[in-house]
Design a protein around this ligand. Structure first.
Ligand SMILES: [Fe+2]
Length: 316
């Protein structure tokens, strides 16, 4: 059985901070779970975490609003191309009306894959999302004003990777990460971990003609996907396994305050992370109050006023 129980978080570079808050919170009914800063580099950039009210791993999508720094990332292959959110069966008509009423870009036609109906729409920075209908997601609904439980998002359903080559990446998913290769549909491959179902699904989209995308932090791409592991000890087991296969390009275990992160590139070039579930968001805010105040890790707290003064104010 795989050590990976599902997703921890996804991280994207977006444009403006307020536009991003409006997309996740106002449009999609997500909670702002944590408001902090990117911990790499000298210039402060927000790191905004969205998910369900409890901040549960597998519901989290996080943003770096990079318009402030003016760095653009290039979409392409070797990236997570689509974030797929899970909604109950029959919910897509509600969401199509909501997108139309709010001038959100969405595809005119719904599609279906692996027996699930789906609706494509876009973040204002261009990142693609699908809503995927399923009867098999027992996670609590992300309800809010105007979004009742029977249509509300349950969390991340799956991710869709764009890959120029798939053979070695299939081997990596099954042997290194111990996912099951459960099906193919045209250019799509589907993998599942643990019990399978929403939150435990990775899809490949084989796109041999799509040029390679960038892996820089910048506007307009999903930078990486983090899978949930229990502990640093499990990260080290994975690291040994990757190295034994020849994948020696693996980071140390990095302190991200709310979890520990180990980064690695899968063969198709997508940045993966193994993030630990042993710390969590309650270390600086009580459950029920997540995301209310700007938070910094202990080593940056004395610079709070200076850092906040260099970031655009946001309203939730
Ligand atoms: Fe991450």
């Amino acid at each position: 059985m795989s050590m990976i129980k599902g997703f921890h978080h996804l991280t994207a570079g977006v444009s403006g901070a307020q536009e991003d808050v409006d997309f996740y919170v106002s449009l999609l009914g997500q909670s702002l779970v944590k408001k902090t800063v990117l911990l790499d580099g000298e210039d402060p950039i927000y790191h905004l975490y969205y998910g369900n009210a409890g901040g549960d791993p597998g519901t989290l999508v996080t943003s770096f609003p990079f318009r402030q720094k003016g760095v653009k990332a290039r979409p392409g292959s070797g990236q997570v191309r689509v974030i797929n959110y899970s909604v109950p069966r029959g919910a897509l008509e509600f969401w199509r009306e909501r997108f139309a009423a709010r001038s959100v870009a969405y595809e005119p036609d719904m599609t279906e894959r692996f027996g699930e109906r789906r609706q494509r729409f876009c973040h204002p920075c261009g990142i693609e999302f699908d809503l995927v209908e399923t009867d098999h997601d027992a996670r609590p609904p992300c309800t809010s004003a105007g979004i009742p439980a029977d249509v509300a998002i349950r969390g991340v359903h799956s991710i869709t990777l764009s890959l120029r080559e798939v053979a070695e990446s299939i081997l990596f998913m099954t042997e290194a990460l111990e996912f099951r290769h459960v099906g193919t549909s045209g250019p799509y491959h589907r993998f599942e971990t643990h019990t399978g179902g929403p939150g435990m699904v990775v899809e490949f989209l084989h796109e041999p003609e799509r040029l390679q995308g960038s892996s820089i932090y910048g506007e307009g791409t999903i930078h990486h996907v983090a899978f949930a592991v229990d502990s640093v000890a499990q990260q080290m087991v994975l690291k040994d396994r990757f190295m034994a296969m020849g994948y020696i390009d693996i980071s140390e275990s990095v302190n991200r305050n709310y979890f520990r992160s180990m980064y690695f590139k899968m063969p198709g070039g997508v940045i993966f992370e193994a993030a630990t579930t042993d710390i969590g968001f309650a270390i600086d805010e009580e459950p029920g109050h997540f995301g209310e105040e700007f938070q910094l890790p202990p080593w940056l707290r004395e610079r709070k006023d200076e850092l906040l003064g260099r970031l655009e104010p946001i309203a939730v």
